[in-house]
Design a protein around this ligand. Structure first.
Ligand code: PLP
Length: 378
């Protein structure tokens, strides 16, 4: 049986990535590893359209968020936390454990923080050291208008902008330097189509200067230590890195960049729009009402007549593994991720499986026709 992994990480990988990950081990202190790491860094500069460094950690996305928090926040600091779901809350909790104090704003599931609220919070809390925002809220399938939010904050008074891009980077535009982000965290296993296990942190010049001013209470996650090993002469890690994942990440970035990142993102977006239109035609309800906020990476919807969990079970038996709701949405929604490099054939399989799982009238195949039209850009 052909299997489809529709969970928001890990995702099905391109064959180039699978092949690259099976390479024989090399020493992480040799020239070959240094050039592999350097090559990845060059590709990340192209992806982020920025010359600033990206630290690569052996961790999942949560580890990258924790690393960002312990390097930039201290007990007694105040930070603004904008959240519209489970991952926004998680970032807040991670940051709170440093002893820093959260000023929180929560937004309804399926909606996103907006520029006015962010600007108003900053006016009320001008001393805040950082603003924490999730770029793509994976628990609801919302892409937050991060660029617009940052643009609405007065540049001279802007605290550090710390963004969780774990489920955005690689699948959608995330341009940290152009948008004014200071710390952008991500991970290997979603939009970057690599096996799980790498956390990545892009750092702005302002963030780098901040690091210079302070020590880090974490030994393993000390960003300064990592940065000190990334020099013109050689690229290395302070501790043993997961070498195989570096090969895989390099291959995945090659796949994305070979198509051109902008074209790559546009295809993800068309896939998501086509998929959303089709499930709606099948009688499902999309969680995110505002089209402009719908994620290119993950779509959340509920099956007709409250049958989301039953539908997920049937889909799973057919070989289609989706995710359910988290937190208050547990049992209520289906989350289907589409970070893999799928084309029309795969969407056709997935939509047909959803139609049969919810017992839709499949004699009427307008849902497929509409999806194909949107996917083809007509
Ligand atoms: C998946 C995810 C995380 C957590 O990543 P792990 O790799 O599971 O630790 C954090 N934030 C967002 C937005 C995510 O989608």
């Amino acid at each position: 049986m052909k299997k489809y992994l529709l969970t928001p990480g890990p995702v099905q990988l391109p064959k180039e990535v699978l092949g690259a990950g099976s390479a024989q081990m090399i020493s992480h202190r040799c020239e070959e590893f240094s050039s592999l790491f350097k090559g990845i860094s060059a590709k990340l500069r192209l992806l982020f359209e920025s010359e600033s460094p990206v630290v690569i950690l052996p961790s999942s996305g949560t580890g990258a968020l924790e690393c960002a928090a312990v390097n930039f926040l201290r007990p007694g600091d105040e930070f603004i936390s904008l959240s519209c779901g489970v991952f926004g809350e998680r970032f807040r909790e991670i940051a709170s454990r440093t002893g820093a104090r959260a000023v929180s704003a929560d937004f309804t599931a399926g909606e996103a923080p907006d520029a006015e609220s962010a600007a108003a919070l900053l006016r009320e809390h001008p001393e805040a050291r950082a603003i924490l925002i999730t770029h793509n809220e994976t628990s609801t399938g919302v892409t937050v208008p991060l660029k617009d939010i940052i643009a609405a904050l007065p540049a001279a008074k802007r605290p550090l902008i710390m963004a969780d891009g774990v489920s955005s980077v690689g699948a959608m535009e995330a341009l940290p330097e152009k948008w004014g982000i200071d710390v952008l965290c991500t991970a290997s296993q979603k939009g970057l189509m690599t096996p799980p296990g790498l956390g990545l942190i892009w750092l702005s010049p302002r963030a780098l200067a901040e690091l210079d001013k302070r020590g880090c209470p974490s030994y393993y996650f000390d960003l300064k230590l990592h940065l000190a090993q990334m020099t013109e002469k050689s690229y290395a890690n302070p501790y043993t890195p997961p070498v195989s994942l570096y090969y895989s990440l390099d291959a995945a970035l090659e796949v994305i960049l070979a198509k051109g990142s902008r074209d790559w993102f546009a295809k993800r977006r068309r896939w998501a729009s086509a998929f959303a239109a089709a499930v709606e035609l099948l009688g499902c309800e999309l969680l995110v009402k505002d089209k402009a906020l719908r994620s290119a990476g993950v779509t959340a919807f509920s099956a007709p007549a409250g049958g989301s969990e039953a539908t997920r079970k049937i889909l799973s038996a057919l070989g289609f593994e989706t995710a359910g709701g988290q937190g208050a949405l547990k049992g209520k929604i289906i989350r289907a991720a589409h970070y893999s490099d799928w084309g029309w054939d795969e969407m056709n399989d997935i939509l047909t499986a959803i139609a049969s799982s919810i017992d839709a009238d499949t004699k009427d195949d307008s849902y497929l026709k509409t999806a194909q039209q949107i996917f083809n850009g007509n």
